[in-house]
Design a protein around this ligand. Structure first.
Ligand SMILES: Nc1ncnc2c1ncn2[C@@H]1O[C@H](COP(=O)(O)OP(=O)(O)O)[C@@H](O)[C@H]1O
Ligand SMILES: [Mg+2]
Length: 204
């Protein structure tokens, strides 16, 4: 907290269910001058070949969990945390602090007046809220989520619904919001208008 007096940028947490349009809105805000910090991308990088979490993962879980090129064996870890639920916490104890440190590094390197933290599980992970000034939720109906993710990723409806069930219910997410962008209509010009209004509000 030593930097609070120097902290002038608006820190906006951007969240929403899978397929709601978070990444699309983040890109629109980025085009208007916001700096975007992508928590999922940082987390994924930490377990790719040479990633910052890999030494600790090999030490904690064993070399069997590391592929030949030095990345996390994701399928093996998925099977393991399914069979041994405590393993997820052990993995998170390694990855979360590293993600937090990289997020901090990127935030401190930013010169923008608005920092957007794209955090899919912001509402599910209480560690995020204290770092943020406002929480912006991108909202749409569950049917729209299913349709969009099917179109984007080629998944079947059951696969999309299983991810949706692992996330907070819509009402819980909405109750955590300071601002809500309703993005249920597939029309980018509407989302661009919303991005424009946000940019104006947050000094971009
Ligand atoms: N307003 C919109 N108009 C058209 N397509 C949209 C709109 N919002 C989202 N999409 C599309 O829906 C899909 C999911 O959006 P994305 O931003 O990837 O969601 P999230 O990051 O929340 O999972 C993408 O293919 C995106 O292009
Ligand atoms: Mg996304």
């Amino acid at each position: 907290m030593k930097r609070t007096t120097e902290r002038t940028a608006m820190r906006l947490g951007l969240t929403g269910g899978i397929g709601s349009g978070k990444s699309t809105l983040a890109r629109l805000l980025q085009a208007r001058g916001a700096d975007v910090i992508d928590a999922d991308a940082i987390s994924r990088l930490s377990t790719e070949a040479g990633g910052s979490a890999m030494a600790a993962i090999a030490q904690t879980f064993g070399a069997d969990f590391v592929t030949a090129d030095g990345a996390l064996d994701r399928q093996r870890m998925r099977d393991h945390v399914f069979a041994v639920p405590l393993a997820r916490q052990a993995l998170e104890r390694i990855v979360h602090p590293l993600v937090g440190a990289e997020v901090q590094r990127q935030a401190e390197a930013s010169r923008s007046t608005c920092l957007v933290f794209d955090v899919p599980l912001l509402v599910e992970s209480p560690r995020w809220r204290p770092q943020l000034d406002r929480v912006l939720v991108v909202d749409c109906s569950p049917a729209t989520q299913v349709r969009r993710v099917q179109a984007r990723s080629g998944w079947n409806a059951a696969a999309v619904e299983s991810v949706m069930h692992s996330q907070s219910p819509r009402a819980v997410r909405l109750s955590a919001a300071d601002l809500v962008i309703f993005n249920d209509v597939d029309d980018l010009s509407l989302l661009e208008q919303a991005a424009g209004a946000l940019a104006q509000r947050f000094g971009l």
